[in-house]
Design a protein. Sequence first.
Length: 363
Amino acid sequence: MQAVVLVGGEGTRLRPLTYGTPKPMIPIMNVPFLERTLTRLKGAGITDVILPAGYMPEAITDYFGDGSRLGMRMTYVVEETPLGTAGAIKNVESYLDGPFFVLNGDILTSLDLTAMVRLHQDRGGIGVLHLIRVADPSAFGCVVHDTEGRITAFVEKPPRDQAPTNEINAGTYLLDPAILDFIPAGRPVSIERETYPAVIVGPRPLYAYTTDDYWIDLGRPEHYLDSHRDIFDGRMPLGIELAGKAVTGAGAATYGPGTVIGPAVVGERSHVAAGARVGPYAVLGEDCFVDENATVRNSILWDRVRIGRGANVEGAILASRCSVGEGVTIMRGAVIGHDVTIERGSIVPGDARVGRDGPVSVS
């Protein structure tokens, strides 16, 4: 069994974080999200992974290399121009030699991949799509199927009161190579809008696999924050150790002279100064410094972030090498990009998106 992990997107909704880091490399509990995905694949016995890359591919290739550090074999295929979901799969056709998983590179889920394999083997169709149920399907693609699980229709982003089902495409597919015949080569192709509608009128059925597993799209900053809270609270089991010193539950610990209130994670060589408080629901990356009497709560700090004396960070995301001045207040919802300096005494509102060169407009 092989896997294709789609890592070519630019991550526009996560800007300014993705100006300096491609979306698959944003840290989840101080480990790149793609590494979390690869670890889950390996746990299911899948060690041959193909990565169609496009945006900042060097950040991915330099970190993972050939995959041997993880006990995997990784093949990179860099797209000169974006090809869409199905186009990216068609572009790696020469590397596929049997049934293969496709995973969207921005989905965090606890889905049991081995159960999906068993279903595919039992049904013998052209593929299996993972579905989940949501309260409001209007922002997603609804998938309609019969009682046997055979998919009969795809409805893209229907009005909430007109949605035929609350089951949506969850972004993990197990496909037979025969599906490649439905994808034209050399141009962008959407698997949801073009390929799957053509497949379901063909001779081999496409099946749904609906579960209640944990699932979240990491493509928005608020979801990125939510995913960490869900991990802390046990709703999303990572299955591997957190990277750094973890303070669990509602307990507190001294880290440096300062206080870390659980749940929280503090990365290697980070320091919490006297009178400073970190947590609950806070993640500090490596080599961070929280100065005296500062507070960091419900926030994610990447590597080498400095929080000045008496500053207050609440519900925010700060990318690597940020410097926050003395007495600064960063309010819930703010997102600060790489290498940004926030001058002393500033107040950063919750809707702020700040890049190194100033405010960032995010579509």
